[in-house]
Every structure is written in structure tokens, then in C-alpha cells.
Write a protein that binds this ligand. Structure first.
Ligand SMILES: [Zn+2]
Length: 880
């Protein structure tokens, strides 16, 4: 049992390991009632360690130790100390072999860490600290070893036996059993170890690398999913090609394998040569996956593949450096997605997530730097800050250095550190050395938490033709951090004249070759830039393409925002101007009298977007999405969720009523007229027709209803079918809603990934997802507490997306969430700790809500034997 006062781990306590493991020889005997793990470690003292005479300390979690031998001689009980979570052997030679046999019970492992069973197959998840649930080992990423793994199991139940590397031997054993031996020639930390055993079908493909090597690509799935592999394999080949072309990185083993697993805490895992995926992040067919799912799968397959270099060949020294691999790899996968589809749309999606969720994290009780300095449970640090802000930090390096020097820097990083476990500082140093630029101030992005605020003021001196722009930088306090230093910020901008033409940006009078866009660099608390030679006061287009992860304040008028919406040459800023305008209009209606007018110019602007078919339809599809409730809450000081919900609904309905005929025309213009495909235009058209449908049903339009019912029935793809379902579920047409839900379930009940979507459409809807209905979903036969996807689809979607239903003034939504967190804490603490997030932001809300949220958190805190995971999140949220 874990203690009630979990320990905090500090970066400043880091020491190099006292012992290194050069080789690991594993033998797994897999049975229905458990598994025996034989491990032979080849160990030597680390010459870099000054801790001479240190005992050998191995991590272990819930293991039964069966035997222990040093250089073949069994150790007695008084020659080692079993501390429960550590095995300590005091007297060891300079070099030795340690043989350990442990017994584990994968069939009872509901935490889904280490070795466990999912739908009858064995699989593993070892990042961050799961390997210690398999055998005793120095479970830290800076111990890198070569692994050889022999798996033994029943031949008929587990015909497929997989591990990292290349298969070097296989054969039959007595009693209907068989074995396969795998050898991975590359040293790796144990968090990249993987094992899979099951009755799986294999889909094969191949890829020829640029140096002419043929790589065997294999995907393993349950037989019922055999027709859902093509998209992942195609995505993989695109990613392999792209990484060669853009980063010069070639794949290194002869085989690359992907396995789909139903019960999985994360999205996917980059184990060397054997990536394991959550089924929902890898399986796709036209009939079962939405456009968003196709795009997500392509991005995640690429992300895990890219880790082969940024994460596996060069790994993290310790878990404080998690963003070294994640920030860089998310940046790489976002570049890849931008190259595969619409770069502007990809940027809009990334920034939407960042501004809605990461900024909220950065302003909340769990705020932490991209490289944290302490943690209690590392699983709690797989956060948007580490991933998304970490990627923004790498993107800023790309902005500051430019693509060529950035590539030079990444080449140097891979060359210098191949086979090593390193730090974020090593990454920045490689960029520094390759570019010759001083990035010492830039490093603050890794150390300081919180989102910087840029406040911009301007004035125009008509006599001199000078436009003066002052940019001030402030950094909010975050838990444990005050009085922060200014950041080094790339700030992209342009200026437009009144006709929308870009103006040359002359920073001096004699600047004749001035460009129309500049990447300015902010390093002080305040900067003033003067732009010369201007005949009129320009309209500024600031922070183009979101060149830095900051909050930007500038007193735009609605007139200027409307102007930028249609004239800004930067697609991202065009979208952003529309968002700012919509936010301004909605905010002005929060708590306002019922007869307050909705800004008529917003209607005009949206009419233009809907009707002008010459505009980039992918961008238009994004521009028509009103800011989400979650984003509006993030922007509020004391969020009154029902009031925000009402104001947003009012604007949406006003737009839908005013533009009713245009929406019907838009729907018909974008009706499917050719075979299904995944081009950006086809995706945009599906998005447009489903937006039109959603808006029409929001105002109970009869024609919209008929269109939705027909689309639901006739759709040949999941985007349209679930788009129509969602529109019906969110309408007042109760019979249609219930019929559609029943028929959808009937059709897809044997497909767990689609059933997850069916759950979340209801849980996220304020019509179908009120608390009694949510409780009913939890007792539905298809719901399964052991499956994280189902829990996320119901409990997560309710608390995270169905905000008006969750934030009830009587606190019933909060009590419900607290109850589910406590229930999950015993079986799967990682998922429980993630689920609690909406409550942790209690300070953000209006007083009536705040107190009830805090009370719910206190109830979780008082649960006996709380996991370390939930303990950390709840205590940090209640502190201060
Ligand atoms: Zn990753």
C-alpha cells in the first residue's frame, strides 16, 4: 500500500545512475492465471558515478519475487532487502550478472501499466514507469540496454508473439505451447520495451528507404478489424518518406510493427519497432471513422513513427525532460500534417487546442514549466504544457532560426546525441551551435510556467508618416513562481492599408527594400517599433500564424476585425479576427437584457463567408465555427457557465434565423456529388454541410430536419452519418433523436470504437446528456469501467464538453464526477487523475459554483487510500 504522504521528486536531486545495464535477457512464460518473468541483467558500475560503494537499487511494483541469483549463485534473504517498491543489494562486484524471476498477474492488472490483458491478448505499456510492474529493474530512461526477449505461450490462443527488434528464433514447446525470440540491436531505456501475444491477423506492406533498404511493415489487429488497417499503413509510409525528406531521418530496423489494442490509457506508444495503439487512434474505414478520426490517425501514426529518432535513438535523461521528445515530436507531426493537408487549418486546430485547454492549464493550479522541476506522479505530467506548449517552443526556435538553420540544428542534435539520454538544454545547445545564435534568454521558455501576455498600443504620426507600435510583455505568477523574467518572443506582423494592401515595413527612413512581413524579436519588458514612410494609419495584423504561445491584447475595433476577416493575407489571422469578433459579440451579451441586439455586422460577415464560394472553403469551414464554451470560459474572469451558454446559443440561433435560406443553399451546394475522398476540399464541404445542418436544427427548421433525417439514412461515410445524428440529438425533435440513436446503435453495436462515438454524442449534448441520462449510459450493456475509452466517452465528455449540464448550481454535476473519480481511483488511477481536471479549475468560476466544486474535491481528498496520481492533482488544486 502506498503511504498517505506521497513523496515529491525533484530535478535538482538528479544523479547519474550508479550502475548501468548493458544487456537484458528476458523470458516470459505466459499463462491464463499469471506470468513468470525470467530476467538476466548484465550489470556494471557506472564510471561516471562518484557514488562508489553504492548498493544496487532496482525498482519493482507489485511483484512476487521467486528467485534471485548473482553470477549464478542464489542470494539468501539477508543478502538483499525487499522494500516493497525497491530491491536493494548491498554488496555487488564491479561487473556481474543478476538473475531475477518474478511472478505477475496480467489478467488482474486494471491499471493498464506494465503487462496486462485486453480483449484476450497480452500487451504492455511501460512509459513512464510500467516496466517495474514486470520485473525488478533500474526503471529510469538514462539506463539504456540491449534487449533479447523470448516469449512462450499457448500456440492456439496466442499464435502471434511480438517484441521489439527482429525475430531471430521460433519453435514449438511441449503441451501445445510455442515460443518466439526477439532481439533489438539498439540500446534503449526500458520504457520502450513492448510485448504482445494474441490471436491477431497480420496486414503486410513494405517501404523502400532512400538508401534502398526494404522495410517490412506489419499491422496486427483482431480479425474483425482486418478491413480497417489501410489508412494507418498508408499514413505510416507517408510519414517514413516525409521524415527522410524533411529531416533526413531513415528507419533503422528491418521490421516496423503496429498493434491495435482496445484497452489503453493513452493514444499510442512508440516502443522501438513495435508501436502499440489505442484502437480508436489507428483503425479506420469510411463507414466507421470521421474525417477528424482519419486526420487524427494519420497524425498519431506519424507522431509515434517520428519518435524512432526524436525519443528512441535520442531519448530523455530523466522524466523532467519529457518535452524533449514530446514537444519536438508534436512539432514534427504538426509540420507533417500541415504538409499533407491545409497548413492554415492545421494551425487553427492546434492553436484552438492550445488557447482553450493549455492556456487554462497554464493559469490553473497544475501550471508547470515545459521542463518541470518537481513532480509526485510522473503520469500527471503527460500534459498539454509538455506536449503542445513544448511543440510551440520548438516552433518558436524554427521561427527565430528559419527552416535552414533549424534543420542544421536538428541534424547536429541527432548526430551529437545518437544513442544517448539527454536534456532539453542539449537540444537548445545544438540549435545554438548550429546557428551561432545566443539562445540563453530563450531557455526561459523551458523554466517559466504561465502564458505571457503581450499588450500592444499604437499611434500614428501623420506629419512624419511614422506608425509607432509599443509591445509590452507581462508574465503572470504561477504556483511557486513569481517575478519572472521577460521571454525571448518571435513576433510576426504585417500592416495593411485601407484597401487591404500589405505595406512595406520600413524600420528606418532609408529602408528601401523593406518586406511586407517581419518576424520581430521581443526580449525586453517593452519595445517600441517605428515604421516609416506611411501615408495613412495602417491596420496592424499582429502575431501572424500565432508566432508565439501568448495572449495578445490590442484594442481592435469591430470595424478593424471585420476588415481583417476579409483582407488579412495571413489565413490564420483572418480566422482569428473572426474569432475575436464573435467572442466580443458573445461576451457583450453575457448577462445582458434579453432585448439587447446581436451585432448586425456579424450576420453580414457570416453571410459573406457562407455565400462566397470563391473563398478557401477549408478556411471558411473553420471560420463558421463559433468560439467554444470552453474557450469563452477560459477568457472569463469569473465564469458563469449558464450565462455564457445562453449568450452563445443566442448568437448561434440569431445567425441561423437570419441566414436560414443561405444555410439551406450552402447545404445543397455542398451535397455529396462524387465518391467519398479525403481531400481538404471534400473534408471542408462535409464540414460546411454539417455545420449548416447543425444550425438549421438549432432553430427547429423543418426543412433542416428532413435533410438531417435523409442524410442520416443515406450517408456513405461516418462524418455525414454522425453529423446528422449529432444535429438531431441537439434538436428539439425528440422522436427523431431517439430513433436515430437507436438505429445507430443497432447498426454499430459490434464495433467498440463506433459505440464510443455513440456514447460521446449523447454525453456531450445538453439535450441527451443531462445527469439522469448520463447515469443511464453508465449502466448500458456496452459501457465498461475497465475500458478507458468508454469512461472518457461518457464521464469525460459530460464534464469536459457538456458544460451547461455539468455546471449545475446545486453541484450535482460535481458530485457525480467526484463519485466516478473515487470509483476509478482503485482500478485505474491514471485515468482517475485525468478525469478530475474539470474540478481542479474551481477558482475560475462564479462563487455559487466555486464552493461546490471545492467541496467535491475535498470529498475526493478524504477518500481512504487515495492513489498518488489523484492525491497530487487534488492537493495541488486545493492548496494556496
Ligand atoms: Zn509522443
Amino acid at each position: 500500500m502506498r503511504s498517505n504522504q506521497p513523496q515529491t521528486i525533484y530535478l535538482s536531486d538528479y544523479k547519474v545512475p550508479a550502475y548501468l545495464v548493458d544487456h537484458v535477457d528476458l523470458r516470459f512464460e505466459l499463462f491464463e492465471h499469471g506470468a513468470r518473468v525470467h530476467s538476466i541483467l548484465t550489470v556494471r558500475r557506472n564510471p561516471q558515478s562518484d557514488d562508489v560503494g553504492a548498493p544496487l537499487v532496482l525498482d519493482g511494483d507489485r511483484l512476487v519475487l521467486e528467485s534471485l541469483a548473482l553470477n549464478g549463485t542464489p542470494l539468501d534473504g539477508d543478502q538483499y532487502e525487499d522494500r516493497g517498491d525497491q530491491l536493494v543489494i548491498a554488496d555487488v562486484p564491479e561487473q556481474f550478472q543478476l538473475s531475477v524471476v518474478t511472478w505477475i498477474e496480467p489478467q488482474n492488472n486494471t491499471r493498464l501499466e506494465g503487462l496486462y490483458k485486453s480483449s484476450g491478448m497480452f500487451c504492455t505499456q511501460c512509459e513512464a514507469e510500467g516496466f517495474r510492474c514486470i520485473t525488478f529493474f533500474p526503471d529510469r530512461p538514462d539506463v539504456m540496454a540491449r534487449f533479447r526477449t523470448r516469449i512462450e505461450a499457448d500456440r492456439s490462443a496466442y499464435p502471434v508473439l511480438l517484441s521489439n527488434g527482429n525475430d531471430i528464433d521460433r519453435g514449438d514447446l511441449p503441451d501445445g505451447r510455442h515460443f518466439v525470440t526477439w532481439e533489438d540491436p539498439f540500446p534503449k531505456p526500458c520504457y520502450l520495451f513492448a510485448l504482445v501475444a494474441g490471436d491477431l491477423v497480420e496486414k503486410r506492406d513494405s517501404f523502400r528507404t532512400r538508401s534502398g533498404r526494404d522495410i517490412d511493415l506489419r499491422m496486427y489487429v483482431e480479425p474483425r478489424n482486418a478491413d480497417k488497417c489501410a489508412h494507418a499503413l498508408d499514413s505510416l509510409k507517408r510519414a517514413m518518406r516525409w521524415d527522410e525528406e524533411v529531416y533526413g531521418r531513415e528507419y533503422d530496423l528491418d521490421i516496423f510493427m503496429i498493434v491495435a489494442v482496445d484497452d489503453f490509457n493513452m493514444g499510442a506508444m512508440e516502443n522501438k519497432g513495435l508501436n502499440i495503439f489505442n484502437s480508436s487512434c489507428v483503425l479506420a474505414s469510411q463507414d466507421t471513422a470521421t474525417d477528424a478520426a482519419y486526420q487524427r490517425i494519420e497524425a498519431i501514426v506519424a507522431h509515434e513513427y517520428f519518435h524512432n529518432w526524436s525519443g528512441n535513438r535520442v531519448t530523455c535523461r530523466d522524466w523532467f525532460q519529457l518535452s524533449l521528445k514530446e514537444g519536438f515530436t508534436v512539432f514534427r507531426d504538426s509540420q507533417f500534417s500541415a504538409d499533407m493537408g491545409s497548413a492554415t487549418v492545421k494551425r487553427i486546430e492546434d492553436v484552438t487546442l492550445l488557447r482553450t485547454a493549455q492556456f487554462a492549464e497554464d493559469a490553473g493550479p497544475m501550471a508547470h514549466p515545459v521542463r518541470p522541476s518537481s513532480y509526485i506522479e510522473i503520469s500527471n505530467f503527460y500534459t498539454l504544457t509538455i506536449y503542445e506548449k513544448g511543440a510551440e517552443v520548438v516552433r518558436m526556435l524554427h521561427n527565430l532560426l528559419g527552416p535552414e538553420l533549424f534543420r542544421k540544428g536538428s541534424d547536429l542534435y541527432f548526430e551529437r546525441h545518437d544513442g544517448q539520454a539527454v536534456t532539453t538544454d542539449d537540444f537548445v545547445r545544438a540549435m545554438e551551435d548550429a546557428s551561432g545564435r545566443d539562445l540563453s534568454q530563450f531557455r526561459l521558455w523551458y523554466e517559466q510556467a504561465g502564458t505571457p501576455v503581450l499588450t500592444v498600443r499604437d499611434e500614428f504620426d501623420a506629419d512624419r508618416g511614422v506608425y509607432r507600435l509599443t509591445v509590452e510583455q507581462t508574465l503572470p505568477d504561477t504556483p511557486g513562481q513569481t517575478d519572472k523574467k521577460p521571454h525571448h518572443i518571435p513576433f510576426a506582423l504585417g500592416l495593411l492599408d485601407r484597401r487591404g494592401q500589405p505595406l512595406p515595413l520600413r524600420l528606418a527612413d532609408d529602408d528601401t527594400e523593406a518586406p511586407t512581413e517581419r518576424m520581430l524579436e521581443l526580449t525586453e519588458r517593452a519595445h517600441t517599433f517605428e515604421f516609416h514612410g506611411l501615408a495613412e494609419c495602417p491596420v496592424p495584423s499582429l502575431l501572424r500564424n500565432f508566432s508565439a504561445p501568448v495572449r495578445l491584447n490590442y484594442p481592435w475595433t469591430r470595424e478593424q476585425l471585420l476588415f481583417l476577416m476579409s483582407h488579412d493575407p495571413d489565413g490564420f489571422n483572418r480566422w482569428d479576427a473572426g474569432q475575436r469578433l464573435a467572442v466580443d459579440v458573445i461576451q457583450s451579451l453575457v448577462g445582458a437584457p434579453r432585448d439587447t441586439q446581436v451585432e448586425p455586422r456579424l450576420v453580414t460577415a457570416y453571410r459573406h463567408l457562407i455565400c462566397d464560394a470563391s473563398l478557401d472553403q477549408a478556411l471558411v469551414a473553420k471560420m463558421l465555427q463559433l468560439p467554444s464554451e470552453a474557450y469563452l470560459i477560459e477568457l472569463a474572469d469569473e465564469a458563469d457557465v449558464p450565462a455564457i451558454h445562453q449568450a452563445r446559443e443566442r448568437v448561434l440561433k440569431h445567425l441561423a434565423i437570419s441566414l436560414r435560406d443561405e444555410l439551406v443553399a450552402c447545404y445543397r451546394r455542398n451535397a455529396q456529388d462524387s465518391a467519398y475522398d479525403l481531400s481538404p476540399l471534400a473534408i471542408a464541404r462535409r464540414s460546411l454541410r454539417n455545420t449548416a445542418l447543425a444550425w438549421l436544427l438549432a432553430i427547429n427548421d423543418e426543412e433542416g430536419r428532413a435533410l438531417a433525417v435523409r442524410q442520416f439514412r443515406d450517408a456513405d461515410n461516418m462524418t455525414d452519418r454522425i453529423g446528422a445524428l449529432r444535429a438531431l440529438v441537439n434538436s428539439d425533435y425528440e422522436d427523431d433523436r431517439n430513433q436515430a440513436l437507436a438505429s445507430f446503435y443497432q447498426r454499430y453495436q459490434d464495433d467498440p470504437q463506433v459505440v464510443e462515438q455513440w456514447f460521446s454524442v449523447q454525453a456531450a449534448s445538453d439535450r441527451a446528456g443531462q445527469l439522469p441520462q448520463i447515469r443511464a449510459l453508465l449502466t448500458h450493456p456496452a459501457f465498461d469501467w475497465k475500458n478507458p475509452n468508454k469512461v472518457r466517452a461518457v464521464v469525460g465528455a459530460f464534464a469536459g464538453q457538456n458544460l451547461a449540464a455539468f455546471h449545475q448550481v446545486d453541484g450535482s454535476g460535481y458530485d457525480f464526477l467526484a463519485e466516478q473519480v473515487c470509483r476509478l481511483d482503485d482500478s485505474n488511477p491514471q485515468i482517475a487523475a485525468r478525469l478530475v481536471t474539470p474540478l481542479t479549475r474551481w477558482r475560475k468560476f462564479a462563487p455559487a459554483y466555486r464552493e461546490r466544486m471545492r467541496a467535491a474535491l475535498e470529498r475526493i481528498r478524504d477518500k481512504p487510500s487515495l492513489s498518488r496520481d489523484v492525491y497530487e492533482v487534488v492537493h495541488k488544486s486545493l492548496a494556496g
